[in-house]
Design a protein around this ligand. Sequence first.
Ligand code: NDP
Length: 288
Amino acid sequence: MSVTLTSGGVMPLIGLGTFKIKGRELVYKVLDVALAAGYRSIDTASVYRNEEDIGESLKELLPKHGLKRQDIFITSKLGPKDQGCGRCRESCLQSLNKLHCDYLDLYLIHWPGTQGMQPGDTRHRDLRLQSWNDMVTLQKEGKLKAIGVSNFLQHHIEDLIKTAEHTPDVLQIEYHPHLIQKGLVDYCRSKGIHFQAYSSLGTTTDNNTLLTDPVVCKIAKQRGVTPARILLRWAVQQGVGVIPKSTNPDHIRNNIDIFSFTLSDQEMVSLDQLDTQSHLCWNPSQVL
Ligand code: NDP
């Protein structure tokens, strides 16, 4: 299952998240299992410090799995320390280099702010607009197929659209039954921006409140599937993309099996009712 982005690229609805997956051996092993299981989309970022490991691994793994570069969708992101005219371009070219790619399928501004500044600093706006203009140029040059934003709220996106010539293809943001952002989903839909969720499984933590939520577990038990598949299915059933992260081969294979069943309206409503507006990752609401 995939979506066609405004820029024309086709993006799988499910991809592999790679935050905290580092080290050549582990990255190779995880990508090997993921490609065999059918994943064709990989989400990374310069701040994950695994782009080089991913690039090196894919050089060997694509031929091993009978795949070509154009068969997979690679996303990377501009780090918050590299915002601004010129810096964004340089950072993006470094990501391309590390990933051994001539082009990226999607490049995102990771965060609406710039590292080292207070959230209320008035320079954030200018700097992210400069980054965006660099990305528009890189897209025109063919180095980026699609461009988008991450952790932007509606006012950040509105401001970007007002000023720039290009609407983002994608918004990637935290979204799960404990943090439902329906207004933002509807806004993105109205603008043709694909909405992609991160931390759908409650992120990597010792105290995972999503995978152990009693309602999620009850629906999973009734259906004979894992809580992870319920959480991922809940998102894709709304047309929202997902990028679950796992280093466990069984989990990797299990997580992609979300198109073989449909949640009932009642199950969807029960999951929607779990919203507590709880952020598990960073919260961009204070960033000007
Ligand atoms: P997820 O919400 O995907 O959760 C990962 C955790 O779930 C890990 O502890 C993993 O453990 C566990 N898990 C995965 N599958 C299963 C399963 N089937 N059963 C039980 N446990 C499971 O975490 P992330 O926060 O990493 O989000 C996913 C991706 O989103 C990131 O990797 C990254 O690519 C992106 N992201 C983007 C952000 C942004 O600011 N743009 C911020 C955060 C994430 P195990 O490895 O043992 O399976």
